[in-house]
Structure formats: C-alpha cells, structure tokens
Design a protein around this ligand. Structure first.
Ligand code: GLC
Length: 524
C-alpha cells in the first residue's frame, strides 16, 4: 500500500480546473509515435505553469485498442505502449509535488473481449458462472438466429454478437467491448478492487466512463426504435440502453469506496439531458460531479448558451454538486471547429474560454483547448475510430478531434514525438499553433488561458452562482459574487463596454467597445 505524500483538503475539486490528457495524443516520450506516461511526466511543469489544478488521464490500461484504450483487458495494470506501473507512480508523485491532483478513467460498463474473464466466458459455455459476468442471451427467431432485442450499438450495427455455440452477447459499444453484468456481485466487487488498486497508489479520483450505463433493465426489452442512435446522445426514456434506475445502486457502491479515501472524488460521463434525471446522479451518496454537456452541445448563440447555463445550474441546484463545464473532449468536434473553424472559430473559442472559466463551479479543458487546436480532416486511410469501420464509412468518427498536440518546431510532429510520423497524422502549417510559439506571443490563445487561469484564483472569480445582468441583443452578461463581470458578445457587431476595470479580454477593447464574437472580464 502506498501512502499519498499529500493531504487532500476536502472538496479541493469544487472550483478546480481539470485538464483532460488524451494519453495517446498528449506527448510521446519514447519515440513510438504514440503518447505515453513518460511524455506526460515531462510536460507536468507545462501544466503547472498553465495554471490547471488537476488532470484527468484517459485509459492507459492494457488494451488491444479496439476503442483506443476504452476496451480494457486488465484494469489493474499499465499498457506497455504507455509505460508501466513504476512510471505511473513516478508521474503521480511528481504531479503531486507540483501541486496537481491526478484523476484517471474508470471504465466499468464493459471490458475488452481480450480480458481473461471474457475469454473464460467464451470457453465455459451457456449457463456457466463465467458467462454470468457478462450479458449472454439466447437469440430470437428460428434457431435463435436473430439478436435477443433490437438495441443498436452506439458505434453502428446491432449491439449483439453471436458466438459459435449460438448464444449472443451484448455490447453497447464495439463487439470488442462486451458489457459487464452489474447484477452480478462479482462484477461489482471487481470494480471496487480496481478502485482500491489505484486509490492505494495515491490517485485523487476517477472519471467514470458511461456512468449512465452499467444497469440494464430486467428482461432487456426492445427499445423505442430511433433514426439516429448517434454516439452517446441522450435519447430519453425510450432508450433502455442507458439511464436505468438501477445504475444508482452502482454509484452508491462507488461512492462508498471513495468515502474510505478522504478527499477523493468521481466525475461521471452522464449523457442525460433531463435536469431532474441528471441531478439524481449527484445525490449526496453518489457522484461528486457530472459532466455538463449542455455547453458542449450548444451552438454559438446567446440564447442557446443562456439556456445551457440556466439548465446546468438548475440541475445542480438541487444537489450538493457544483456545475461542471465542458467545451470539448475526445468524443466530439473541438469547439474551434464547431464555432466555424479558421479565424472566426478561433475568435469565438477565445470568447468561449472566458465564458467557461467565468462560470461558477468546475471546468474541464481538453488537451489542446489552450492552444486553440481545431479538428483535422483526415484522409480515409488514416482513420482509426471503430465508428468509422462499424458504420461502414457513414460516420467518420472521432479521430479528427484526437490529433496529437503540437509542442514546438515548424514541421510535423512538432515536438510531439521524436518521429515525424504520428499515430494520427499531424498537418503541415501548424508552426504557429505550437505551445512554444504561443508562449512567446502575448496575444496567443495560450497566453489568454494562462491569464484567465491566474485571474480565476483571485477573489473576483469566486462565490456560488451568478447573477444575470441586462445585456445588449446577442450578448450575455453576468456577475459573480466576488465581483467579476463577464460579458460575451455572440453577435457580429461591437457593443459598448459596461462600467468597470477591464481585467482580461479575448479581443481588443481599447476603443471602449467589445467587438463581435468576443468576451471581456471586468471588475465592477
Ligand atoms: C466513453 C468514452 C468514449 C468511448 C466510450 C466507450 O463515451 O468517452 O471515448 O468510446 O465511452 O467506452
């Protein structure tokens, strides 16, 4: 048992800024074209200087990589491509020394098909205790040749695959990701063991993958057919694959383990848009945080953003949790691209950063947000996401938002790796996007993030909640209890600056007005 060298204050996460490290794409320490723990370790000082409080590291566990690590073959070890346990421990210790909290992904809903358990289930046959760890069923129709129900996989195709003895197994994601059976106490006990394994090593918490999955309704009834079963969208109560009431039992078990490690926390990936249903995950004995995807799914408009913010605050208002704001992650187009790409997308992304970081509660940044990384259109032959393959090329998948981070230099791989090639190709023309180039430029996205993160530590950006202020058409303005006023102009034309001392602006406000697609922080 490792004893953490640091003492965690309770609720250190309540106003924290987390930085999502998509491990494959963050930094490659050993020149094999794939990011890893050694690469991350070398960049810890950069993250400290950026001013974030905590990390979320995406899965780095042994995996055949059918879903780039979200198919876990052994939840209690490190994938050799990413390093080993000793390297993890060293990285963790160093992060703690630098004052960074470290959280890691926990993937309870499914395992890899290569996990020993699944291989044993295949070998043991129908009716065995080995099969009872997963969701094996007989098929329907003549000879059971039809799947047990009509559920589609979120990656395309049916959520069922047939095995040679005739049974079918459920996989809400890829066939290489069989769903585990959370009605089986052995499965729950195994999850608890995994949590303890990492908590004993000193991690400060978890991001819980598909936290609205895990529980499946009795009898696995057909779901309401839906035209678009798209990735992780919330389709409401007709979609029996997600958000079943039984999932809260699992969350209470997860919380009970965390409570034995004071100060540790979990954030859930909960794609549930109904405010009341989302709030249930944040009961005092369940998750401390749930990602709020309303900001990530809102268009660049004052009305949509206002609505997203109001609903998010209303959802957490009934719970002990703060709001938890996300603009981008490894599953969705990056916000620079969503907001129009190129110059306009970047302008808006600068404004969005000031909006996100002024809101009360927790903020999650995705690696590269601080550099203003856009999505990259990749040629077909470069695509790797299972969505692309499973949808027969109908969906291009998520590779575009997973391009490696550009660190320095003028040519691919821009200091990401010692190799010029990378697991997803990096484009030409990114010399100006590197951290090195932006560090020297006071007008860069990186400089804006650093300034905003520093100001976020001041009294102005403090206190619970916000007060909406009157604002010109196409704008949003609010005040935080600490005195910060944030004005965001979603329109194309300039508006007058409100009273107050300008603390930070995403565009030039020298003439006394805030240009379109820009935001400003003022001390009123
Ligand atoms: C989560 C992850 C996504 C993954 C899926 C299946 O939504 O964020 O990347 O494909 O779960 O594990």
């Amino acid at each position: 048992m490792h004893t953490p060298a640091h003492v965690r204050p309770t609720d250190w996460w309540r106003e924290a800024v987390f930085y999502q490290v998509y491990i494959r794409s963050f930094a490659d320490g050993n020149g094999d074209r794939v990011g890893d723990l050694a690469g991350l370790r070398a960049k810890l000082p950069y993250l400290r200087d950026l001013g974030v409080d905590a990390l979320w590291i995406t899965p780095f566990f042994p995996s055949p990589m059918a879903d780039h690590g979200y198919d876990v073959a052994d939840p209690r070890d490190v994938e050799p491509v990413f390093g080993n346990l000793a390297l993890f421990d060293a990285m963790l210790a160093e992060a703690h020394e630098l004052g960074l909290w470290v959280t890691i992904d926990l993937v309870p809903n499914h395992s890899s098909h290569e996990r020993e358990w699944f291989q044993a289930a295949l070998a043991a046959g129908p009716g065995s205790p080995e099969r009872a760890r997963y969701l094996f069923r007989e098929g329907t129709g003549p000879d059971g040749a039809e799947p047990p129900n009509n559920w589609p996989s979120v990656f395309g195709g049916p959520a069922w695959t047939r095995v040679p003895d005739g049974q079918w197994y459920l996989h809400i994601f890829a066939p290489e990701q069989p769903d585990l059976n959370f009605a089986n106490p052995e499965v729950v006990a195994d999850l608890e063991e995994t949590m303890r394994f990492w908590l004993d090593r000193g991690v400060d918490g978890f991001r819980i993958d598909v936290a609205h999955g895990m529980a499946k309704p009795d009898g696995l009834p057909d779901m309401v057919p839906m035209d678009d079963t798209g990735l992780l969208d919330d389709h409401g109560p007709g979609d029996h694959r997600f958000d079943n009431d039984g999932v809260h039992v699992v969350h209470r078990k997860i919380r009970a383990v965390l409570d034995q490690y004071p100060g540790t926390m979990a954030v859930g990936e909960v794609w549930v848009s109904d405010d009341d249903r989302l709030a249930q995950y944040l009961a005092p004995d369940e998750l401390q945080l749930a990602f709020n995807f309303k900001l990530l799914t809102a268009d660049w408009s004052a009305d949509e953003m206002r609505d997203a913010i109001d609903h998010s605050l209303a959802a957490v208002g009934q719970t002990p949790a703060p709001a938890c704001w996300v603009l981008s992650n490894h599953d969705r187009p990056r916000h620079v691209t969503r907001y129009g790409d190129g110059e306009v997308g970047t302008r808006r992304a600068r404004a969005a950063a000031l909006l996100q970081l002024a809101l009360p509660g927790v903020a999650y940044l995705y690696n590269g947000d601080e550099l203003g990384m856009p999505d990259v259109d990749l040629p077909d032959e470069a695509l790797q996401d299972p969505m692309w393959f499973r949808s027969g090329g109908a969906e291009r998948g998520r590779d575009a938002c997973r391009i490696p981070v550009p660190w320095s230099g003028t040519q691919p791989s821009y200091g990401f790796s010692s190799d010029a090639e990378t697991w997803l190709p990096m484009p030409r023309g990114w010399a100006g996007l590197t951290a090195e180039a932006q560090e020297r430029d006071p007008a860069s996205m990186l400089s804006l993030y650093r300034a905003a993160l520093e100001l976020r530590r001041s009294d102005a950006v403090s206190g619970d909640g916000l007060e909406w202020l009157p604002a010109p058409d196409g704008c949003l303005a609010f005040r935080r209890p600490g005195g910060l006023v944030c004005l965001v102009n979603f329109s194309g034309s300039p508006v007058p600056l409100p009273e107050g001392r300008v603390l930070l602006a995403s565009a030039d406000v020298a003439g006394g007005s805030l240009p379109g697609d820009a935001a400003v922080w003022l001390q009123a």
